[in-house]
Write a protein that binds this ligand. Structure first.
Ligand code: ZN
Length: 421
């Protein structure tokens, strides 16, 4: 399929239209979605920032996050809310140092199920609000933790007329196409002497060994910030940097090097200092991913018997990229499976996507097409669904991948030989 071409995207940090391509990322698309078939990772000639070019307009992303959110808490409603992730507690402790005055009014943009706001409230911040494009996320934050919130995006938040002492966006800025417009909205939302905390994956420290190959170039990531690009972005628009630094966060079963900054509006734009860390960081990452990509393709090929078909579990970036680049052959795929109900009953390259519950009658090997959730999926297959299908596991203990077979005679309890726990 020919890649679709969108108008040139100017550098989101400095506005330049001069840039060099580093890598073309490609995705197969689900039958009922039309986000994009890929993008080109480029480096700005003028400021050195990294970003995705050849992407659709902001409104297409807004629809996608409203309709296809994967950030919802899917656990069954229960009387006891789930414990807040350690990651959220760590971010809350970092943020606490920068909160202005007593009793600050805090807004988190992209608040998902409310974990970070709950962690802040546990530290004594009572005046916290969430904002998320997904109605189910806003409902979950309220149900689980009693966090008040509204449905919306950074582009609609100011319409409510409220202002705040502190804004928080973690894992959001890398998803926003129109950053200039977003930063205009920050100013409308911030009180005088208000502050903003931004945290994003650090493109100068992406590491091919920490997640699946090219996973940082996901369907949703379209800005590749380093610490210096994040600082440039804000300082060029009149913000003063109070602190900028680097951290490592855990995300499901992988770790992600991140960079963060705390900013205050100072009305005086500052000159951009060219970012010299993003290009070498991304180039090293891309080279490392090429080797890892070759390894997992070999592992998939070698795991199947001649003529054998498989079930592929997961239809996220990991699967969409492999399908689009020949790493998965649709003729070898009997079914796709995904736990997110929003993907079920769609198709991918003509093959149905079904609910995991529909695997009970299937005997094909199941490819676990994820690194960040490989162990959780393994556990769900063996312990939740009690399935005995062979499993193809690409990450972990063996460099060539691993086909896990349960012995149907000797092993009477499904999961007794589960190997990754
Ligand atoms: Zn630039």
């Amino acid at each position: 399929m020919e890649p679709r071409h969108f108008p040139i995207r100017a550098c989101p940090v400095c506005g330049s239209q001069r840039f060099q391509p580093l890598f073309r990322q490609s995705f197969a698309q689900l039958s009922a979605t039309n986000l994009m078939e890929g993008y080109t990772v480029v480096i700005c000639d003028d400021c050195g920032a990294g970003f995705a070019n050849d992407i659709p307009p902001q409104s297409v992303f807004d629809d996608y996050y409203r309709d296809l959110s994967k950030y919802e808490d899917s656990s069954a409603p229960s009387a006891v809310p789930p414990p807040v992730d350690q990651k959220f507690r760590d971010v809350a402790v970092l943020i606490q140092r920068f909160l202005p005055g007593p009793g600050p009014r805090i807004l988190e943009i992209g608040s998902a199920s409310g974990g970070l706001l709950k962690a802040l409230r546990d530290l004594g911040c009572s005046d916290v609000f969430g904002l998320d494009p997904s109605p189910a996320c806003v409902a979950a934050a309220s149900r689980l933790y009693g966090i008040p919130g509204v449905v919306g995006t950074v582009f609609t938040a100011a319409a409510h007329g409220e202002t705040y002492d502190f804004l928080i966006l973690t894992g959001v800025m890398e998803h926003i196409r129109d950053l200039d417009r977003a930063i205009d909205q920050f100013r409308l939302l911030m009180r005088e002497s208000g502050r903003i905390y931004l945290e994003v994956p650090d493109a100068s420290r992406y590491d091919a060994t920490l997640d699946a190959p090219y996973q940082e170039f996901s369907v949703e990531h379209i800005n590749f910030f380093s610490r210096s690009s994040l600082v440039n972005l804000m300082q060029a628009r009149g913000f003063r940097t109070i602190e900028a630094g680097c951290v490592v966060r855990s995300l499901h079963e992988v770790t992600v090097p991140c960079t963060y900054g705390v900013f205050e509006y100072a009305s005086v734009p500052q000159a951009i200092e060219p970012d010299t860390e993003t290009r070498p960081g991304l180039s090293a990452y891309i080279a490392g991913c090429a080797a890892e990509d070759a390894r997992i393709r070999r592992a998939i090929d070698e795991s199947l018997e001649p003529g054998e078909q498989m079930v592929v579990w997961g239809v996220g970036t990991h699967t969409l990229r492999l399908l689009s680049t020949g790493g998965l052959d649709p003729s070898r795929i009997a079914l796709f499976v995904d736990s997110n109900p929003k993907y079920q009953d769609q198709e991918l390259r003509g093959v149905a996507i079904v609910d995991p519950a529909r695997l009970q009658s299937r005997r094909e090997p199941i490819l676990v097409s994820s690194r960040s959730s490989q162990q959780a999926i393994h556990k769900q297959i063996r312990h939740g669904l009690r399935l005995r299908n062979p499993l193809i596991l690409l990450y972990g203990r063996e460099p060539g991948g691993h086909r896990e077979e349960l012995d149907p005679v000797l092993d009477t309890s499904a999961g007794a030989s589960a190997s990754l726990e």
